[in-house]
Design a binder for this molecule. Sequence first.
Ligand code: NAD
Ligand code: DAU
Length: 366
Amino acid sequence: MKIAVTGGLGFIGSAVVRHLLGPTTPRGEDTIRGEDPIEPIEVMNVDKVTYAATTGSVASVAESPFYHHVAIDIADGSALREAFARFEPDAVIHLAAESHVDRSIDGPDAFVRTNVVGTYELLQAARFEAERRNVLDSFRFVHVSTDEVFGSLGLDDEPFDETTAYDPRSPYSASKAASDHFVRAWHETYGLPTIITNCSNNYGPFHFPEKLIPLMILKAVAGQPLPVYGRGDNIRDWLYVEDHARAIVTALRRGEPGQTYAVGGNAERTNLDVVQTICDQVDAELGDEVGDRRNLIEFVADRPGHDLRYAIDSSKIQQELGWVPSIEFTDGLARTVRWYLDNEWWWRPLLSERYDGQRLGVAVAS
Ligand code: NAD
Ligand code: DAU
């Protein structure tokens, strides 16, 4: 099976590529379950290589003859169509995106270009390629989206599921919502077999240090102040990235075209709770030579339009496709802290060359 993975040098995309080509492949799982035919997988990683991309995140599989990277902008339709005609994919897993809410507040343009226009160009390229080879029915287009398209929950609201109405509130979530609508339209109008996943917050190895968990780990390690937005009472539902990678590949192999699957970790935590747990875990690993790291926490100006709470009911993908999250949050967080301590080679150059941990997304007009 030939799969074009977009955004495969990013956080989740690289986990998908490692899952598809690494030693714990879905082929192994299927052998155990005695389901789906076992077939070799070949991956074309379509990644423009933005600030968020790291080749080190796929180093464990990059030497495989079944792995290729093409540095293409998904908003460049003709380059995409040429690459698809050469590779002849059976499926697309679409993860390429501008992904950071704070950056979308500072500069929404790139979010519209990549997340909206890029998704449109990718849909067109997939459709033309599937039609050209007369494989439209067997083709699959998996669109990896976010729970943020559903807006913000109150503390007593039921979690989001596949029936929740769209209500995006940030430039990032608006661009992702638009992309979801285009994907559905290509299924209804052109018969492209699309599947959408809407997932909650991911964490784990190779997470770019602009996001809450890696940023707090690296600042805690350095003994620097830990900036918590508002009062730290916003709630996110955390999922270990490798569990998400399995969910995406499960949706590709077993999902029904035209369907949407909500994916979550069933691990709601306030931001303050997450940051305090990180402090305790770093103290336990490194000792408290800088004092109790909880004392580094500083409450800072809130994110504009900060969504209060996200939570996902993932019963549908669990019951219909047999996916379940396997890694419990505190354990996954401890593994993540350990991974950052062991892999300075990966994150140190990012801090010195790309992003030094400064505050983003305060909506100051430039
Ligand atoms: P990321 O920012 O870590 O990686 C994005 C990757 O896409 C990078 O490698 C980048 O180079 C590439 N890319 C960006 N613009 C491109 C373009 N125009 N053409 C080609 N490649 C381009 O993102 P992530 O956190 O891994 O998120 C991946 C996907 O999953 C996104 O679509 C995001 O909306 C979705 N998602 C993320 C989370 C999360 O918690 N991180 C949760 C749910 C859904
Ligand atoms: O819910 C899924 C989404 O999760 C994905 O679609 C996005 O791509 C991903 O970035 C993530 O969005 P969030 O905005 O929830 O993630 P972030 O790590 O930026 O922030 C998590 C929470 O932590 C949020 O409530 C804001 C807060 N925060 C963040 C940073 C960077 C802080 O309090 N301090 C910080 O320094």
